[in-house]
Write a protein that binds this ligand. Structure first.
Ligand code: ADQ
Length: 763
């Protein structure tokens, strides 16, 4: 049966049953009240008539008595009156009663005894109510008076009520049918038709005229369909991109190509990623739980890698609702909407986080590796926590890969320098790589760390150590050379400590540059976007520059502001016309040095603004909050220049993101020579951020570049980023670690999987 018919029939049956139940009750109550009313009326009439009759002689021949009886007998609803003698013989009856063919019923025997009596009696076809009262003469009973009421009108009323009820039920049914059909049409049929049209458009590859229905009843369905459509669109886009690449004989890396490549290169081995930051963090938002994905290139790169191998990502569970969504082992499947791999969360106490993350990693190692003139702080207590937390993460990795043969483990960043050795000692059959996202300084700089030997030894447990650029690799080899006993082969970029060789290689990290045809973003839309941004910022400017950084002292934000100040001093023609929008995400705010920096940056922006600003214009707009990538994109597209003035930076993804977002071919990059990106983006205007004059003149040069040159520079930079994108980074890194030939001691399976070593064998 069709849904609508089923719904209508159920509603009609339910409503009819309820209506009839109420009707039965109502009719019964009405009949009962009518009878009670009749009884009352009969009693009053009988009593008043008996008083009049008792004054007369009770003989059948009394004229006066006849007249009274006939007069009362013609009253409305009264079928007749009868007067009985004391022995129950009818003396006088009204003519209506006299003409009935049925004999009058005998008098109720209780009446001659002196009682009144009311009873319903059937006289032939007619139901009557007979009310009889005794007639007294002095102190004896002389006879009786009986009033006969025709009860037919009560029955007629009952029938009329049933007819009305029936009519009402029919009307109700018609209304229910009409409303149900309308509701079904508006809440079911129409949304389903809209959703079907949307799916048809998607299937045909047309631009959908509208999205799927928002109707609540279809929500779970549309949610699933939206995921399906996104996957379909992605698959279609990557198939188109692949086809385009084949057509142009290009060999660019895409998420899809990476996925296929991994299946081949991993040969079924499982992949494990270890990082401090998790790819999905969950937080309480009112009564619900919100999932946040950090704006990070690492997630972009690792997501296809882990999805392709159904791997495991081990990370610190930092969200305040993280423990609610994970199981007892801290595991959950992600992405939450379309699970493809496992996230294993490691729980840290506040003291552990303070000591390991804020203390040793960010107050010790971070300033140690960045030559930015902030003195590292080394506390024995922090080092203790760093060691302990590294042990905790290594244990979590070992737990996750127990039972997995030859796992591939990618450790991320300076938070986990000790993890490679800890893993490798327990699992010599594992291939372990660590990627160091920040610079590696020269041996003199690194040598001030009291625990440099332990850190280097921990790192050299890995089979592969990756840095962004060659000079960081060289610095690392030099540092190892100074600090440890080991064999260094510089041509092969290998360090052998004990019998374990470690390759040291550069893997320049990057971003995703979608393979859309250049000029895809129309210039008109950029003008509109820029006007909207200026309105939103409440300023007027002919030229916009953008800076996007975490609020970190290595990013050279005060130096950038000084460059802008000098530029406005030297080029007064740009006053009132040039604005730098600085987006700065608060970072590591529990650390004093970062609080001081934020105060300095705010103070510098205010000082320079006070010096130059007019009523409708400011030279610097400081937006001090985290922005999503979607929020940052319009700033990238609307700016004439992106300024990156890092005092020291492993790579710097902002410069590459800016290039990736300039599909229109416009824009220019000013880039610090101390950022790894300066080795690749050769068409940026390379500056020394400490040289304020040079920075000021680079701003002028960037603004005044001839249009052709500007476009040509951007075209070449886009080419570089496109060819060396984030997928290529991941592919190169995993290919390198997978290809490493392990001199693996033979292992004996331990209860947890693969454990103790016995004798040597090659794999
Ligand atoms: P970071 O020091 O964080 O990374 P960077 O490479 O510039 O520096 O990456 C920052 C990322 O955060 C970019 O994706 C950027 O869009 C985003 N971001 C910056 N400011 C933001 C803001 N205000 N709101 C929201 N997002 C913001 C470390 C090393 C780098 C190295 C990367 C990757 O220090 O040298 O390039 O890792 O390896």
């Amino acid at each position: 049966m069709r849904v609508s018919l089923r719904l209508i029939v159920s509603l009609v049956v339910a409503v009819t049953l309820v209506s009839f139940a109420f009707a039965v009750y109502q009719v019964k109550a009405e009949s009962k009240s009518k009878r009670a009313e009749l009884e009352g009326r009969a009693r009053i009439l009988a009593e008043s008539l008996s008083e009049a009759i008792e004054l007369l002689p009770l003989t059948g021949s009394d004229q006066k008595l006849h007249q009274i009886v006939e007069k009362f007998g013609s009253r409305e609803l009264l079928a007749g009156i009868a007067i009985y003698s004391s022995d129950g013989t009818p003396l006088i009856t009204t003519s209506d009663l006299a003409h009935r063919k049925e004999a009058l019923p005998p008098l109720d025997p209780s009446v001659p005894a002196g009682n009144s009596s009311g009873r319903f009696v059937r006289l032939g076809e007619t139901e009557m109510y007979i009310y009889a009262v005794p007639l007294r003469a002095g102190d004896h009973i002389a006879g009786a008076l009986a009033l006969f009421h025709d009860v037919g009108y009560i029955e007629a009323n009952r029938l009329k009520m049933w007819r009305d009820i029936l009519a009402r039920v029919v009307v109700q049914m018609l209304v229910i049918v009409a409303i149900t059909l309308l509701v079904i049409r508006w809440t079911m049929v129409r949304p389903i038709l809209l959703t079907a049209q949307w799916i048809r458009d998607l299937r045909a590859g047309r631009t959908a005229r509208h999205g799927p229905s928002e109707e609540a009843v279809l929500k779970p369905l549309t949610l699933e369909l939206t995921h399906l459509a996104t996957s379909l669109q992605q698959a279609r886009a990557s198939a188109e991109a692949e086809a385009r690449l084949r057509e142009t004989a290009e060999s660019l890396w895409t998420a899809e190509r990476l996925r296929v490549f991994l299946r081949t290169v991993l040969e079924g081995r499982s992949l494990f990623v270890v990082s401090n930051r998790e790819p999905y963090a969950q937080y309480h938002r009112g009564n619900s739980i919100e999932t946040l994905v950090p704006a990070s290139g690492l997630v972009t790169a690792m997501e296809p890698v882990l999805s392709a191998s159904d791997g495991t990502w081990i990370a610190h569970g930092s969200g305040d609702a993280d423990s609610l969504t994970a199981d007892d082992h801290g595991r959950l499947r992600v992405p939450p909407d379309e699970p493809k791999y496992t996230l294993r969360r490691v729980w840290l106490s506040r003291e552990e986080e303070e000591g390991y993350y804020y203390g040793f990693a960010n107050e010790g190692l971070w300033p140690l590796c960045h030559i930015a003139h902030t003195r590292p702080i080394f506390r024995a207590e922090d080092w203790k926590y760093y060691r302990e937390v590294n042990r905790r993460f290594a244990d979590a990795v070992l737990e996750e890969c127990a039972g997995t043969e030859n796992p591939v483990i990618l450790v991320q960043d300076y938070h986990f320098a000790l993890v490679p050795r800890l893993i490798k000692e327990a699992r010599p059959d594992a291939r372990v790589a660590i990627f160091w996202h920040i610079p590696w300084p020269n041996p003199e700089a690194f040598g001030i760390c009291p625990w440099q030997q332990e850190l280097l030894d921990g790192l050299l447990g890995a089979d592969l150590i990756g840095f962004h650029i060659q000079s960081h690799c060289r610095n690392f080899l030099d540092t190892v050379d100074r600090a440890l006993e080991c064999l260094i082969e510089r041509e092969r970029m290998t360090v052998t400590r004990g019998s374990h060789p470690t390759s040291v290689r550069p893997f320049p990290i990057s971003v995703d540059l979608p393979d859309t045809p250049d000029e895809a973003a129309g210039r008109d839309s950029i003008f509109i976007e820029r006007a909207a941004l200026l309105r939103q910022l409440d300023t007027q400017a002919d030229f916009l520059a953008v800076g996007v950084d975490r609020m970190d002292y290595t990013k050279g934000i005060p130096e950038r502001f000084k460059g802008v100040e000098r530029f406005l001093e030297q080029c007064p023609g740009y006053r009132g016309r040039f604005t730098l929008v600085q987006i700065a995400a608060p970072s590591r705010t529990r650390i004093g040095r970062y609080q001081d920096l934020a105060t300095e940056v705010r103070g510098e922006a205010e000082r320079i603004n006070r010096r130059f600003q007019t009523r409708h214009w400011k030279p610097i707009i400081l937006l001090e909050r985290h922005h999503s990538h979607q929020e940052i994109e319009p700033f990238y597209r609307a700016s004439d220049i992106c300024i990156v003035t890092s005092l020291h930076d492993g790579m710097n993804l902002v410069a590459k993101e800016y290039v990736a977002s300039r599909g229109d071919g416009g824009g220019a990059v000013i880039l610090s020579r101390f950022a790894g990106a300066s080795q690749e983006l050769l068409d940026a205007l390379i500056v020394n951020p400490y040289d304020t004059d040079q920075l000021a003149s680079a701003i002028r040069t960037a603004l005044e570049l001839p249009p052709e040159e500007r476009r040509e520079r951007m075209r070449r930079m886009r080419r570089t980023v496109k060819e060396n994108n984030i997928y290529r980074w991941a592919a190169d890194l995993i290919a390198a670690v997978s290809e490493i030939r392990l001199e693996t001691p033979e292992v004996v399976a331990s209860p947890g999987g693969f454990g103790r070593q016995t004798s040597a064998r090659a794999s």
